[in-house]
Structure formats: structure tokens, C-alpha cells
Design a protein around this ligand. Structure first.
Ligand SMILES: CC(C)(COP(=O)(O)OP(=O)(O)OC[C@H]1O[C@@H](n2cnc3c(N)ncnc32)[C@H](O)[C@@H]1OP(=O)(O)O)[C@@H](O)C(=O)NCCC(=O)NCCS
Length: 184
């Protein structure tokens, strides 16, 4: 059975970035991320109505992390601690050594290879430290940026569900991608 342990918090560093714990001080940047329609275009999740909703969200993900049920990193440039994005493992299936992968970045930083750098570090952590056997991503098939990122990291499209997700009055399709641990 997968037995992840996120205490102490597993800060990760890459060439340009620090992947660190999110605190309530990040609430303004996270509120922006979760309400900006460019970022949220293909993220079918309720938007916070105000900053207090975002603070509650930060406290919820911290509590879940303390219970080893989710791990969310805040993405920042090494030279500036301001949060520019998030990356998360959630929906753990511990008995199957599987987790879902999610990510979002501030639009000012798109198309600069940032999430590519993040994905490398987080996939490495998922396979080599958490000991995942597989990583799943569930995307809106119209989300080409997300699809390209997954394909670049060798995720394979394994399923396509037609109109399985009801969101804001419409039934949406979902594509499921997955990546197997290359070391078995
Ligand atoms: C998806 C997202 C995280 C990609 O981040 P990013 O830092 O811009 O991606 P990168 O620059 O690392 O690019 C990774 C690959 O995807 C490609 N790519 C990124 N955005 C693309 C776009 N809009 N159209 C086509 N290809 C794109 C890049 O070209 C690159 O591939 P390449 O090196 O072979 O050229 C970003 O677009 C985002 O935050 N989107 C909104 C939130 C979201 O939809 N999250 C996913 C929910 S499932």
C-alpha cells in the first residue's frame, strides 16, 4: 500500500524554480489564479467568491497534506517568492499506488518551459519518493496546452469519456492520460 509522508514538507528545487509549501500569505495570488478565466477556462471547479474562500481552501489543503491525502506545491521563481502557479497530487488510490496530477500557471509565465520544468521534478518525486506506480491526468480534451505538456512527458491517452461531466449546464467530454513508473 502506498504510504506517502509529506512531513516535513518536501520542498523541491529546479533550475529556475522553487516548489514550496503554500501559506495563507499566498492567498491573493492563489485567488487570482482560481478566478482568472484564462487559467480556469478548462478547470471545471467552483471559483472562490472572495479571498476568505481562498484562505479556507489553503487551510483545507494544508489539513489534507498533514493527513498525507494530498500534496500541493506552490511554484515560485528562485529570485522571487511570489506564487506564480500550483502543482498537485490528489485523489490518491493508495492500494493501487496511483495518484492524479494537476497544475496551473499564471498566464504571464506561459510558454516559457516552466511547467515542463515543474513536471520533471514532480514526476521524479512521485515515482522515486512517493513510490507511485502510475500517475493519472484528467483533462478537458479541448485543453491543448495541457495535452501537449502531458505528451511531452510521455503520458498516454488511455480513455476518452463522452459527456461524462456536467458543468455549468453542459455535459463535457474528458480525456484520461496516464504515465507508468518506468522502473516498475
Ligand atoms: C497547461 C499549462 C500549465 C502549461 O504550462 P506552460 O509552462 O506554459 O507549458 P510549457 O511552456 O512548459 O510547455 C510544455 C509543452 O507544451 C506546449 N504548449 C504549452 N502551451 C501550449 C499551447 N497553448 N498550445 C500548444 N502547445 C502548448 C509547449 O510548446 C511545450 O511543448 P514543446 O516543448 O514540445 O514545444 C498552462 O497553459 C496553464 O496554466 N494553463 C491553465 C491551467 C490549466 O489548464 N491547467 C491544466 C488543467 S488539466
Amino acid at each position: 500500500m502506498l504510504a506517502p509522508n509529506f512531513t516535513p514538507f518536501p520542498t523541491l528545487t529546479t533550475n529556475r524554480l522553487v516548489l514550496r509549501q503554500i501559506t495563507v500569505e499566498d492567498a491573493p495570488e492563489l485567488f487570482f489564479q482560481r478566478t482568472d478565466e484564462r487559467v480556469m477556462k478548462y478547470i471545471e471547479r467552483p471559483r472562490p467568491k472572495d479571498i476568505n474562500d481562498t484562505i479556507t481552501f489553503i487551510n483545507t489543503i494544508s489539513d489534507l497534506r498533514d493527513k498525507n491525502e494530498i500534496i500541493t506545491w506552490g511554484i515560485a521563481l528562485k529570485e522571487n517568492p511570489k506564487l506564480i502557479g500550483t502543482v498537485v497530487y490528489l485523489n490518491f488510490k493508495k492500494e493501487h499506488y496511483r495518484a492524479e496530477f494537476g497544475y496551473a500557471l499564471h498566464p504571464d509565465y506561459w510558454r516559457k518551459g516552466i511547467m515542463d520544468e515543474v513536471a520533471k521534478a514532480v514526476i521524479d518525486y512521485g515515482f522515486n519518493v512517493m513510490k507511485l506506480h502510475s500517475i493519472e491526468a484528467n483533462i478537458n480534451p479541448e485543453n491543448i496546452a495541457s495535452q501537449k505538456l502531458l505528451e511531452k512527458h510521455k503520458f498516454v491517452k488511455e480513455a476518452y469519456f463522452k459527456e461524462n461531466f456536467f458543468w455549468q449546464g453542459k455535459f463535457l467530454d474528458s480525456a484520461i492520460y496516464s504515465l507508468l513508473n518506468p522502473n516498475g
